[in-house]
Design a protein around this ligand. Structure first.
Ligand SMILES: NC(=O)c1ccc[n+]([C@@H]2O[C@H](COP(=O)([O-])OP(=O)(O)OC[C@H]3O[C@@H](n4cnc5c(N)ncnc54)[C@H](OP(=O)(O)O)[C@@H]3O)[C@@H](O)[C@H]2O)c1
Length: 276
């Protein structure tokens, strides 16, 4: 297994080019999966207060024996805790559940524009970063409009925006916007939840041609787009397969073929989705 390349974020910290998703694992499964994945070489782990598995993720990190400073731990602020004081309190609860002194990457999970409190939360996130409790701060499911407001009202851009991104929803415009602003794109549901995109004829044909699996083709596509996929797998053999994507390359025609013509969102629309 080759070692994992890293991206440098706009705040100077680094993040591995691929990570492990943990939704919908419970604490017991998360502990097992995270400790196993770190043993295989993963160094980026994604959780959220709303996944109800931060305790398991923290235990998995401790159990792995991998030095804390080698692991990039991401967690997220839930909708019910938007607001300045609420964000500080929610972060502290997450940090306690994780059993960590600091969190590497703290994200606002959804913008919830109807609530209109994400700028207040962002101000609290800036404070958490200043206090060294969150090394990097970012957002998830934010549109350019939401990000522009953060920039206008605080002058601080997110380091990361974690968005739905897979071959059926390649998000060209969002990626271009993020690149222009120096924001790293992370892909959630990078395998399309392990379903449709893995059966796309173009993906299957390229996998056969290269002698790799459809999941590896899709993850390599993310890597070559310059985005960070966080595939979830609880199965050690699939975790290994998903990490083993640095020993082959797609040519530009293959990258374009995988980007498909059909557009299909699997998750919520950030302008309307409400998750508390
Ligand atoms: N920010 C957000 O709003 C948001 C939303 C959704 C998800 N997320 C994050 O993104 C992570 C990943 O997204 P996701 O879990 O929705 O979808 P995903 O990673 O695209 O797909 C996960 C599914 O694919 C299967 N799978 C994994 N590796 C495979 C392989 N090599 N071959 C075939 N199937 C494979 C998994 O099953 P097994 O476990 O059985 O291997 C699981 O059922 C989540 O875990 C979470 O951390 C964030």
């Amino acid at each position: 297994m080759s070692s994992i390349p890293a991206h440098t974020l706009n705040d100077g910290t680094t993040i591995p080019a691929i990570g492990l998703g943990t939704w919908p694992m419970d604490d017991v499964r998360a502990e097992e999966a995270v400790s196993g994945a770190l043993g295989l070489g993963y160094r980026l782990v994604d959780t959220a207060a709303n996944y109800h598995n931060e305790t398991g993720v923290g235990r998995g990190i401790a159990r792995s024996g991998v030095p804390r400073e080698e692991v990039v731990v991401t967690t997220k602020l839930p909708g019910r805790h938007h607001g300045y004081a609420e964000t500080l309190a929610s972060f502290e609860e997450s940090r306690q559940r994780l059993g960590l002194e600091y969190v590497d990457l703290y994200l606002i999970h959804w913008p919830l524009p109807r609530l209109d409190k994400y700028v207040d939360s962002w101000k609290a996130m800036i404070k958490l970063r200043e206090d060294g409790l969150a090394r990097s701060i970012g957002v998830s499911n934010f549109t350019p409009r939401h990000i522009a407001r953060l920039e206008d009202e605080t002058g601080v851009l997110p380091a990361v925006n974690q968005i739905e991104l897979h071959p059926l929803f390649p998000q060209e415009e969002r990626r271009a916007f993020h690149a222009d602003k120096g924001i790293l794109t992370e892909s959630w549901s990078p395998l399309g939840r392990g379903r449709l995109p893995l059966h796309e004829p173009a993906v299957v044909a390229i996998a056969e041609e290269l002698g790799v699996t459809p999941a590896q083709v899709v993850l390599r596509w993310h890597i070559q787009l310059g985005v960070v996929p966080i595939p979830k797998s609880a199965a050690p053999e699939r975790q290994r397969e998903n990490l083993d994507v640095f020993g082959f390359r797609l040519d530009p025609a293959q990258v374009a073929a995988i980007s498909g013509q059909v557009r299909r969102r699997l998750g919520g629309d950030p302008e309307t989705h409400e998750e508390f």
